[in-house]
Design a protein around this ligand. Sequence first.
Ligand code: SAH
Length: 344
Amino acid sequence: MKKILQEYSAEELAAELERFELKKFRFTQIFEWTQNYVPVMEMSNLPLDLREQLDKDYTSTPVSIEKEWVSKDGTKKYLLRLPDDNLIECVLMEYKYGNTLCISTQVGCRMGCVFCASGIDGLERNLTAGEMLSEVLEVNRHLGGTLADRKITNIVLMGSGEPLDNYDNVVKFVRLVSAPKGINISQRNISLSTCGIAPKIKKLAEEDLSITLTISLHASNDETRQEIMKIAKAYSLDELMGAVRYYHKKTNRRIVYEYIMLESNTKYADALRLKHLLSGVQSHINLIPVNETANGIKGISKERQTKFWEHLKAQGISVTTRRTLGSDIEGACGQLKRRYLKGE
Ligand code: SAH
């Protein structure tokens, strides 16, 4: 398998390619080509023999768009092929203030949340930092973007996979994608969503990053949470919120919670418990209507969704309901790949 040039920062690339004994400006040229997502053989300001030598051992286009679906609401979903022929998904949401790309961090997932399609077949493998960066660069290229004129402004790590189960690669990715010499997406515009691996949240707090931490909370007590999320059996809400408070104290960043609305977790008592749970941390809850095409899981009526929203408001909790974007193209994690593989 060829090495992926996007694994390296500008500085690391020069060290990696040392044996080619190139003039300094060549490293800059090569780095810029990689960030513009141009194949090695098309790096037109490099001598042909250098391109040929590089091409033997390295690739600068490890991830490629296999298929694109466009939703009625404009959301775009991409199926991407990796060098080992595994497939991953990412979703592009276009807003007035910019384009948000939702990327995958693993092939599959081993967290086993009952409502999520990504975990059905378990974990296949982690993505490398360079592969995650290449998701961003490939979609940017596809949209006509370049290093100088980015078409992607925000990133959410909310596709397939659990980011904190692939910790080192994900942290490296965040540094690469926000590097000033690279595509330079501000860490403030990056959200990392986790099902709640408490010790890794504490570790992340020490990394000196300014990303937004998003917690897939989905319940207000341990009992309900354990019914829908395997991770809740490993870490209680007490432990999780302890880690979240630590993260908040260290980073001073507002914490966002995702909360899918089910029959079992949207009672008045849930609103009271959430108020208690989130106290002392600057918090925002994003209510998510269940995407029902996954695993036969059932959502609740619009009326009941509104009622729960009102309950939370009444507790003084900052809350919004997420627009369901792209539901006609299987917007929720892992659904599209399954459909594609089934030949639909
Ligand atoms: N593993 C991470 C990130 C990937 S999941 C995490 O758990 O946060 C991204 C978000 O989509 C999570 O909040 C997840 O719970 C939610 N999700 C998964 N399947 C869903 C479905 N069928 N309907 C609505 N949201 C879903």
